[in-house]
Design a protein around this ligand. Structure first.
Ligand code: AMP
Length: 237
């Protein structure tokens, strides 16, 4: 059995996972975490229920914590985009839970609620910002979010974002962020539009595909299709 300790996660993260009651990594966590810790981009075919949130948040937390940076006004280090406010709030809660023993800050912003508190919360800078595309653009366009130092960019449930008409917003956001960054895209399906976007924003990504965690042993049919990196040098990036 693979344990979290075999994934080279730092002690504060392992302790947080213990506190959450996780005993072993899910297949997407096993496959993705070692490569994400090395800075690789990732294309994940995975839906909710696979443990994908921990698969991307643990390496981001670890890489940030290993390279602490002083917070600057309104600046963010990681941007996670999600289609709905519920998902954005849930992802932010996961970052807070897994990062409970680290000194990093996480904020969720989304529409349908007042902007005032979100603007105040952004003022001193935030390490991890989880956002829905509309509210993100709204606040970024007014310079409440500074993207110059962005290091990590995650698009979660990309197919749902497309279904909800966020494609233009996504394209605008991609143009606003630095090109030198680690990028992850998760989607349960891969229609042409998403494949095109993935090609544009990902650099030599590892590709991981999994089916959701089943509740009983008989139902478990998890697959990991792991595509070797074409360019071994990319590992050393
Ligand atoms: P997600 O697919 O990220 O939405 O996660 C689905 C659920 O699985 C969430 O409730 C997580 O808290 C839980 N989870 C994620 N990873 C693990 C793990 N390694 N062991 C047990 N539960 C997990």
């Amino acid at each position: 059995m693979t344990h979290f300790s075999s994934l080279s996660l730092i002690d504060p993260l392992v302790r947080a996972l213990e506190a959450e009651g996780y005993t072993k990594p899910t297949p997407i966590q096993q496959q993705a975490i070692p490569y994400l810790l090395q800075g690789r981009d990732l294309l994940g075919f995975a839906q909710t229920g696979t443990g994908k949130t921990a698969a991307f948040s643990l390496p981001i937390l670890q890489r940030m914590s290993n390279l602490p940076k002083k917070r600057k006004p309104n600046a963010i280090r990681a941007l996670i985009l999600a289609p709905t406010r519920e998902l954005a709030a849930q992802i932010a809660d996961s970052f807070k839970a897994y990062g409970q023993y680290l000194e990093l800050t996480t904020l969720a912003i989304f529409g349908g609620v007042g902007r005032g508190k979100q603007i105040t919360d952004l003022a001193n800078g935030i390490d991890i910002l989880v956002a829905t595309p509309g509210r993100f653009l709204d606040l970024a366009n007014e310079n409440h979010i500074v993207l110059k130092d962005l290091e990590f960019f995650v698009l979660d449930e990309a197919d749902q974002m497309f279904d909800m008409g966020f494609i233009h917003d996504l394209r605008k956001i991609v143009k606003m962020i630095p090109t030198k960054r680690q990028t992850l895209l998760f989607s349960a399906t891969m229609p042409t539009d998403i494949a095109n976007l993935a090609n544009t924003i990902l650099d030599n990504p590892i590709k991981v595909e999994v089916t959701p965690i089943a509740t009983t042993a008989e139902k478990i049919d998890q697959r990991v299709i792991f595509v070797e990196q074409q360019n071994k040098n990319a590992l050393l990036k």
